[in-house]
Design a protein. Structure first.
Length: 266
């Protein structure tokens, strides 16, 4: 099976202002020679990345400020992206979490998490799927999480949102695997990014923890799997083994183990 070739292709990346999305953009520009549309809320961070990439590569980078926490965010981003010209692939990377007991957060916070992690990924996948089907080519990569495969106490809503996105992506793969459209998911464990520090997870897992993969390494594995048109990529031997062993442990026990790992220190 021929690998995806991103050279001179235009790829949309959401959540590209920092962390995994930023590193994915760098790899696609520097190693794959792709042209990019980078989207996120923080316009200043996007412009910094745009300047860096265009100074150090032949990649052309277009910036779109996008708030996927809003209901109309995915449609607005899609409309702006396709107006620029042909889009060859989308990487739904934008994500957020909250960490702590469920009752300490508001319903508004939960809605925003679902909007970013699930609503945006599902809607953009749907919009670009129809767009790609008309063009008879295209590729979709949805970034999910190991939390997509088991309940995670103290990140209950995050895990639920990733479960939904993973299930949607796997179903989409089966429906369209003979269409010529590549549909893939990348389900990493913890990654040392802003999401860890902003949510307070850094109080439990330090940036140097062996449980956290670097954003650069995760990005390399994500693009490697995407190019190979993998159904679902679970990076790292530890995460692969964990995912395999989890199949043989009752879910109640898995949830109890996860609760012990993620229980806040305070």
């Amino acid at each position: 099976m021929a690998k995806l070739n991103f050279k001179n292709k235009r790829i949309l990346i959401t959540g590209a202002s920092s962390g995994l999305g930023k590193e994915i953009a760098r790899i696609l520009a520097y190693q794959e020679e792709a042209h990019l549309i980078i989207a996120a809320r923080r316009l200043d961070k996007l412009k910094e990345l745009q300047k860096e990439i265009e100074l150090n590569s032949k990649s052309r980078v277009t910036v779109i400020r996008s708030d996927l926490g809003k209901k109309n965010g995915p449609q607005l981003l899609f409309d702006k992206a396709v107006k620029l010209g042909k889009v060859d692939a989308i990487i739904n990377n934008a994500g957020m979490t909250c960490y702590g007991k469920t009752d300490t957060f508001s319903l508004i916070e939960f809605e925003t998490i679902f909007n970013v992690n699930t609503h945006a990924a599902v809607n953009l996948s749907y919009l670009f799927l129809k767009y790609f089907l008309k063009k008879k080519s295209g590729a979709i990569l949805n970034i999910t999480s190991q939390a997509a495969f088991l309940p995670v106490p103290y990140q209950s809503v995050y895990a639920a949102s990733k479960h939904a996105t993973q299930a949607f992506t796997e179903a989409l793969y089966q429906e369209y695997k003979k269409s010529g459209i590549v549909i893939s998911s990348f389900a990493p464990g913890g990654i040392a990014t802003e999401m860890i520090t902003k949510s307070g997870l850094n109080e439990k897992f330090k940036s140097e923890s062996r449980l956290l993969m670097s954003a650069e390494k995760a990005a390399k594995l994500a693009i490697k799997g995407f190019k190979k048109k993998k159904y679902c990529v679970i990076p790292g031997i530890q995460m692969k083994m964990t995912n395999f062993v989890n199949r043989f442990i009752p879910r109640k026990c898995l949830t109890s183990i996860a609760a012990g790992i993620y229980k806040p220190r305070k």
